[in-house]
Ligand binder design. Structure first.
Ligand SMILES: [Zn+2]
Length: 80
């Protein structure tokens, strides 16, 4: 997914040019690569469990919404 984002997949649908997005994506990609599930600590309040992750998808914009952590699709609420 991060490689797809780094390839600027669907960036033309943004209403702005994100000057720092590529750097953030590369940083996040490095974090994901370094993540070792064997040494990760799991506990209440640390990270949402699988049952709490992305529970909805905006049909209009085809993006995942991590309800209830985010109230709505970031594109639907842009400019609100
Ligand atoms: Zn939407």
């Amino acid at each position: 997914m991060l490689d797809l984002a780094l390839s600027r997949h669907r960036w033309e649908e943004l209403t702005y040019e994100p000057p720092r997005a590529e750097g953030y994506l590369r940083t996040y990609r490095a974090m994901v690569e370094e993540f070792d599930p064997a040494t990760a600590r799991v506990g209440a309040g640390v990270l949402p469990g699988p049952q709490e992750a992305a529970m909805a998808s905006c049909v209009r914009h085809r993006v995942l919404d991590a309800l209830p952590f985010w109230q709505a699709c970031v594109f639907c609420t842009a400019g609100v």
